[in-house]
Design a protein around this ligand. Structure first.
Ligand code: HEM
Length: 398
């Protein structure tokens, strides 16, 4: 992606066009997000938080709720725990506001990118302070947490497997376990901006994906049946056992359900690219500086590339030998792009798939999740990502 490099807003990766700076941020964040030990710590945190939050469902026979609100709150809690590694001393209302701030943050960038420069400047003069006050990433809260954590680690506190601690220790000395050749360690401002970006990039995308998955599964009972059969086979009948990395890897059908959700109802339907050289595409000659808005959703829902694209069919992602249609193996290059592509391919893609699969197992192994009314709809709008604002469901123990 590309966009504003305004000093007053963060631009570590998503909206950063300064190649050397982008590359440095990318190396640090990718190293951590792709590492197995980060994945293992993440899997632990997700389960711990789920156990706490499911108590409210266990206390009553049927809970009716707006799943989009629950998931935004829950995902904010997971994100804070895996990105910052410590509760932000807030109650559930504050988690709602973190989710809201993340949504605003993404929308703010889109706003700055798409609108004419003079309107962006007016916004920075008059509107930015409002967003700033609401966001822990912009109002100074995060800066003081980073400083405190840096001092604690310097004084012997061990680094935990969260993004903040790992960004602090990476390259902090030649023999640090996390080391990237030729880079200075990150300073507080760089860390702050990367934490903000990973938080914003993950809260909205994961929350939206899970809402669409729940909606699509509710509309396709045969998919639910297959998911349940797989969960029973891989995890047995104990609905409270600890789920391991290997369990998640073994759930091939759930992997297909998640991938089909990201094809059918992608949370990031559009992307941005800007040309840095002359380019001829088809009969058009494009000049440097031209903006492109690749339509991921259309590519992944086009009849030229996909059979009956509007049908929600996870079997596309299962090979023929295993009983699926194996369609994914026949789709053209770049026909499946939920995480973008090329140099800018989403660095959170592996952790996103792990998280979504884990949440699906946690949810469906113990609970029935139905739409609150037979013809219930999912309500969403596009603000840089698709953001769901209503999905009424009934949750009860199986
Ligand atoms: C289902 C979940 C997710 C989806 C669908 C998604 C999708 C995307 C897409 C389409 C891009 C643009 C890629 C391009 O320009 O080609 C992107 C970039 C990015 N994503 Fe994700 N993402 C998800 C989850 C996450 C998570 C969990 C994180 C972090 C923990 C994350 C961090 C980022 C970052 C930092 C970038 C900017 C990369 C760059 O410009 O170099 N994403 N993502």
């Amino acid at each position: 992606m590309a966009g504003s490099n305004d000093d007053k807003v963060f631009a570590s990766m998503v909206f950063n066009n300064d190649f050397p700076k982008w590359k440095r941020n990318r190396k640090f964040v990718t190293k951590i997000l792709m590492s197995k030990k980060y994945h293992l710590g993440f899997i632990n945190s997700v389960q711990k938080i789920f156990k706490e939050s499911e108590k409210q469902w266990d206390d009553s026979d049927v809970t009716t709720l707006d799943f989009s609100k629950w998931v935004a709150w829950y995902k904010a809690e997971i994100t804070i725990s895996t990105v910052i590694g410590q509760p932000l001393l807030y109650d559930s209302e504050s988690y709602d506001s973190i989710a809201k701030a993340a949504a605003d943050y993404l929308a703010m960038f889109a706003f700055l990118v798409f609108l004419p420069k003079f309107i962006g400047t007016l916004f920075m003069l008059f509107g930015y302070d409002t967003v700033k006050k609401r966001s822990v990433f912009l109002n100074g809260t995060m800066r003081s947490i980073i400083k405190k954590r840096r001092d604690e680690i310097k004084n012997g506190s061990p680094a935990n497997f969260n993004l903040l601690d790992l960004l602090i220790v990476t390259n902090s000395s030649q023999d640090s376990e996390e080391y990237i050749e030729g880079e200075e360690p990150m300073d507080d401002q760089e860390i702050e901006s990367n934490l903000a970006e990973s938080t914003a990039a993950s809260i909205e995308t994961i929350s939206t994906s899970l809402c669409f998955l729940v909606y699509n599964v509710a509309k396709n009972p045969s998919v639910l049946e297959k998911m349940r059969a797989e969960i029973l086979k891989v995890l047995g009948s104990d609905t409270n056992s600890t789920i391991t990395y290997e369990d998640i890897e073994s759930c091939r059908y759930i992997d297909a359900v998640v991938k089909e959700t990201l094809r059918h109802s992608n949370p990031a339907p559009y992307n941005l690219r800007v040309l840095d050289d002359y380019e001829k595409v088809g009969n058009h000659n494009w000049t440097p500086g031209t903006w492109f808005w690749p339509d991921h959703h259309k590519v992944m829902n086009h009849t030229d590339y996909w059979k009956e694209p509007s049908k929600f069919d996870p079997d596309r992602f299962i090979s023929e030998e295993l009983g699926g249609t194996g369609e994914i193996n026949k789709v053209c290059k770049n026909g499946y792009i939920p995480f973008g592509g090329g140099l800018r391919l989403c660095p959170g893609r592996n952790i996103a798939l792990i998280e979504l699969k884990l949440l699906v197992i946690l949810l469906y192994r113990k609970y029935d999740v139905d739409l609150a009314s037979k013809n219930g709809q999912i309500k969403y709008s596009y603000r840089s990502t698709n953001q769901v604002h209503e999905l009424m469901v009934k949750i009860s123990q199986k």
